[in-house]
Design a protein around this ligand. Structure first.
Ligand code: GAR
Length: 217
């Protein structure tokens, strides 16, 4: 039985999708804890309701990133996880923290990486005029929003899209690809070779959430 620790900063809808898929699909895994860097993270209530241990390591209580990351790592390691899952965890992590979890920490980012790292990815996509946008699940490296890509989902950018509309379309795909990626890890099916991630046995490491003709433009 693999142990997962999920880190959130807010709503936690990706965490919910992973918790739900884990129990619905009977993964050989257990969500050991959900940890937030904000006491008001809404997702903590969902986790508690589902009998999952919760903890808060409030970044505002620490003088610098190093001391926050050290306290966070202590809290995480108390649950001896096989995998750390960043699910809307909005903190820049120190290289020491990232190294500690090398090869066993995943993140979801709302863009088709390596395009649009950082914040406001949906606005960035609209400004750049791309016709396809999406989400990426990747292993975390010390370079922000960069690292070996496990799976990506693409969605069309439609005429009249606002950042919020695009965010909703992308988030729906995150809820599909992130549980899928975590499940692959738990099943021991992922191998890393530099920036490449191979899945054995293979299946598509992408999703295209297309729209039917006539919808949008
Ligand atoms: C998600 O869209 C996730 O991709 C994004 O924050 C949102 C969290 O939603 N993460 C990042 O931007 C990380 N760079 P959630 O709390 O409902 O899962």
């Amino acid at each position: 039985m693999k142990k997962l620790v999920i880190l959130i900063s807010g709503r936690g809808s990706n965490m919910e999708a992973i918790v739900s898929a884990c129990s619905r699909e009977g993964w050989p895994a257990q969500v050991a804890a959900v940890i937030a860097n904000r006491p008001d993270a809404a997702g903590l209530a969902f986790a508690a309701l589902h009998g999952i241990a919760t903890a808060v390591v409030d970044h505002r209580q620490f003088p610098d990133r190093e001391s926050f990351d050290a306290a966070l790592a202590r809290e995480i390691d108390g649950f001896t996880p096989d995998l750390v899952v960043l699910a809307g965890f909005m903190r820049v992590l120190t290289p020491g923290f990232v190294d500690h979890y090398a090869g066993r920490m995943l993140n979801v980012h709302p863009s088709l990486l390596p395009s649009f790292p950082g914040l406001k990815t949906h606005q960035q996509a609209l400004d750049a005029g791309v016709r396809l946008h999406g989400a990426s699940v990747h292993f975390v490296t010390s370079q922000l929003d960069h690292g070996p890509i496990v799976v990506q989902a693409a969605v069309p950018v439609l005429a009249g899209d606002t950042p919020a509309m695009l965010a909703g379309r992308v988030l729906a795909t995150e809820h599909i690809i992130y549980p899928r990626a975590v499940r692959w890890f738990v099943e021991g099916r992922l191998a890393l070779d530099g920036l490449r991630v191979t899945l054995t046995p293979p299946e598509p490491q992408w999703l295209f959430a297309g729209h039917t003709a006539g919808e949008g433009a």
